[in-house]
Design a protein around this ligand. Structure first.
Ligand code: SUG
Length: 440
């Protein structure tokens, strides 16, 4: 059965801001406190979706989460009306207010891990929302993510929705950002990349920054999804310590192609041999040596956070403009396009607002490979069309602030505006009641 890959992009929320929340993510920590531009950020995301859809790729949109998350603040002891509670949080613990205000759900590569029906033993598409337990501002996402995924993929005969793994050190799970599905005529491999083996004190791990994904979590997700063809590969601790907080910062793969930096995986030559043994001669790993692009240049430009899309013209790369403007990264891409690599074209997009928080093109999308029948069962109103594009653009135009600083996050008007905007959006997308504030 031929699968088509749906790109489910996170719509940037109205509270998009720079709070420096993600240690280990260099763009996030270096932009903490900067002024953000939520309207521009959302428009940049919509431009990407429109562009990808124009290539003939299936595209859909995932709504933002309600922020600030007043319920999370209440669960941490703040009381009273939303207005008083936000003011109290800002006075007492502004970092906590920033954490509960982050629009980080936009990076849907971390929303869940997805297994296509062709790979699961029960023939259903499986979703497990990532628990994102490594960072508090992200650990408040999975319940809402699960609700949205259930609304977008409603048919339980076709779609299996699991609960997030229990959030603890042993089961740190960051979703599809650490998962790559490769497929050739000879075979399919689901590559799960982890940072550390949590229960094994002998397992080498990073010394400076946290390993967000554990082997135990990857194994549990593969088990839940009844996967038959999973392999588990460890990141080099050095890459994590250099700022590779998710594997999708240093490798991206699709079908028979794997773009990967030389220093991405432990025992990389053996890993690639193992993949080749299953995938056969079509498998094409394009390994970028450190002499062409150092790890820090890979992190700075986000070359490997490009989207690798199958289009009628062959493999197409959607890369951030930062790659275009960096001589060494640009040379790597030019080498692929003009040489005999199976990549036919590249398009550079402006995703500055998201990039400054460490989110490139691939972070902003969750890939969902579907059969035609499954595609037909996707909630129709979130699937891309010119009409949806126009609706979303005027929705953003109407509701989004032009700029935000961390000091603006306690503004009761921002909370009210976000709630009204999301209420309006659920109507436009015909999603029913998907937010707690709509459920009384
Ligand atoms: O989890 N940044 C996100 C970026 C996620 C990128 N996703 C992938 N690589 N798949 C993170 O570190 C920064 C928020 C702030 O600092 O305000 C943030 O959460």
């Amino acid at each position: 059965m031929t699968l088509r890959e749906l790109q489910l992009d996170g719509l940037v929320g109205p509270t998009h801001n720079y709070a420096g929340l993600s240690s280990g993510n260099i763009a996030s920590t270096s932009h903490g406190g900067a002024t953000s531009h939520p309207k521009a950020a959302a428009m940049q995301g919509l431009d990407k979706m429109a562009f990808v859809a124009s290539l003939g790729v299936e595209q859909a949109v995932m709504p933002p989460h309600m922020r600030p998350d007043v319920d999370a603040l209440r669960s941490l002891g703040f009381e009273g009306s939303s207005e008083n509670l936000l003011a109290a949080a800002q006075a007492e613990d502004p970092l906590l207010l920033a954490q509960t205000s982050s629009a980080s759900a936009m990076w849907t590569a971390n929303a869940a891990t997805v297994t296509p029906s062709s790979d699961s033993a029960d023939g259903r598409v499986h979703f497990t929302p990532a628990n994102l337990k490594s960072k508090f501002h992200r650990a408040i996402e999975p319940v809402q993510t699960g609700r949205l995924l259930e609304a977008i993929f409603p048919d339980r005969d076709l779609f299996a929705h699991h609960r997030p793994l229990l959030a603890c050190d042993q089961f740190g799970d960051e979703g599809a950002a650490n998962h790559t599905r490769l497929a050739t005529d000879d075979g399919v491999v689901n590559v799960f990349v982890y940072g550390v083996e949590a229960r094994n004190p002998e397992s080498p791990g990073p010394q400076v920054f946290p390993a967000r994904q554990t082997l135990e979590a990857s194994q549990a997700v593969a088990r839940l999804h009844t996967l038959r063809n999973a392999v588990f590969v460890q990141q080099t601790p050095e890459a994590i310590d250099a700022g590779v907080f998710h594997n999708d910062v240093i490798s991206v793969g699709s079908a028979h192609v794997l773009l990967v930096h030389e220093e991405a995986f432990r025992d990389q030559p053996e890993v690639l041999q193992q993949l080749a043994a299953t995938l056969g001669p079509q498998f094409t790993p394009l390994v970028v040596p450190s002499s062409s692009l150092s790890i820090s240049e890979a992190i700075q430009t986000y070359l490997f956070n490009s989207q690798l899309l199958e289009t009628s013209k062959g493999m197409t790369l959607i890369a951030p403009q930062d790659v275009e403007h960096h001589a060494a990264a640009r040379a790597v891409v030019d080498g692929w396009i003009t040489g005999d690599a199976p990549i036919s074209e590249v398009h550079y997009l402006n995703l500055r607002e998201s990039m400054q928080n460490g989110g490139g093109p691939a972070c902003l999308r969750l890939r969902v490979p579907l059969t035609p029948e499954e595609l037909n069962a996707v909630h129709p109103a979130v699937r891309w069309s010119d009409r949806l594009a126009a609706t979303l653009r005027s929705w953003v135009e109407r509701w989004y602030p032009a700029s935000l600083t961390p000091a603006d996050l306690a503004d009761p008007q921002l909370r009210r505006l976000t709630q009204d905007a999301l209420d309006d959006l659920t109507g436009l997308l015909n999603l029913g009641s998907v937010y707690p504030f709509q459920q009384g």
